[in-house]
Design a protein around this ligand. Structure first.
Ligand code: CIR
Length: 264
């Protein structure tokens, strides 16, 4: 069943987290102690709604290792392992691939010249939308299309920013949240062509990235206008909601979905 998960994979923060990739230098430095507390709370929230949460040990040499969404993408009982777009992140994948294999998933590695990040993969149950971004290329699109995933794979142009899911995320089977910024609107128009309802989310683009698990929505804390929009949608769809502030991850372009791999 869509949104029902037996396992989640997470990974603790690297001691070198301050050196994580960033599109822009943050105005305030990353607070490592606060980042750890926020990550602990994230894991606690997952534990409250998913029976098995696996915490992989941090990788000292990989400052971005907590962003486990990027190395692998799970589609039902299958997964593909990305060849990550940022060279500094290549090497995060093997332990994740091993973990997925141990859980019994059929795992397909992607090879050069494909480049892809999980943040560019939005799986809705009907479609796998693949953001074509600075991190994900057309070779990856062709390679993923050739895998036996059992869903239609569609390329979506991401005009700026990091990933497709820096601007959109799935709220319900046929409902996708999209940032009200220009790039969000352009992406939303591409998804609407496939029959999805999209809902505009104000404030920062990262606010459109929520976690949907069972009947729960977890949204980013610290953004009252977007919280009000998402809350009223939760009321309409009879979903519970919860707010989780991940400010230290936003400084490294991370959103809520990026810190876990969810496995049905
Ligand atoms: C990176 O640039 O790769 C990391 N600093 C952020 C990755 C965020 N990933 C995601 O949202 N899926």
């Amino acid at each position: 069943m869509l949104f029902s998960y037996r396992y989640a994979i997470t990974r603790g923060i690297s001691p070198n987290f301050e050196r994580a990739e960033k599109q822009l230098a943050p105005t305030e430095a990353v607070d490592l102690a606060l980042a750890k507390r926020q990550h602990d709370t994230y894991v606690e929230v997952l534990r409250s709604v998913i029976p098995n949460v696996i915490e992989l040990p941090p990788l000292t040499d990989f400052p971005d290792c907590c962003f486990v969404e990027d190395p692998a993408v799970v589609i039902e009982d299958k997964a593909f392992i990305n060849r990550l777009g940022a060279p500094s992140r290549r090497g995060e994948e093997p332990s994740i691939a091993e973990c997925l294999e141990d859980l019994g998933l059929k795992v397909f590695p992607l090879d050069a010249p494909a480049l892809s990040d999980g943040g560019d993969c939005l799986y809705t149950g009907r479609h796998l939308f693949l953001g074509l971004s600075h991190r994900t290329n057309r070779e990856a699109l062709e390679a993923i299309k050739s895998l036996p995933l059992g869903c239609e794979v569609v390329g979506v142009s991401v005009p700026e920013g990091l990933h497709l899911k820096s601007f959109v995320s799935q709220f319900d089977e046929e409902v996708i949240l999209a940032s009200a910024c220009e790039a969000g609107l352009m992406i939303a128009a591409q998804l609407e062509a496939y029959g999805y309802r999209t809902v505009r989310i104000p404030e920062q683009a990262v606010c459109a990235n929520v976690l949907r698990i069972g009947n729960h929505i977890v949204m980013q804390g610290g953004f009252p206008e977007s919280a009000a929009t998402i809350q009223s949608l939760c009321t309409e769809y009879r979903l519970d909601s919860q707010v989780l502030k991940m400010s230290e991850f936003i400084k490294s372009d991370g959103a809520l979905t990026c810190c876990s791999i969810l496995i049905p």
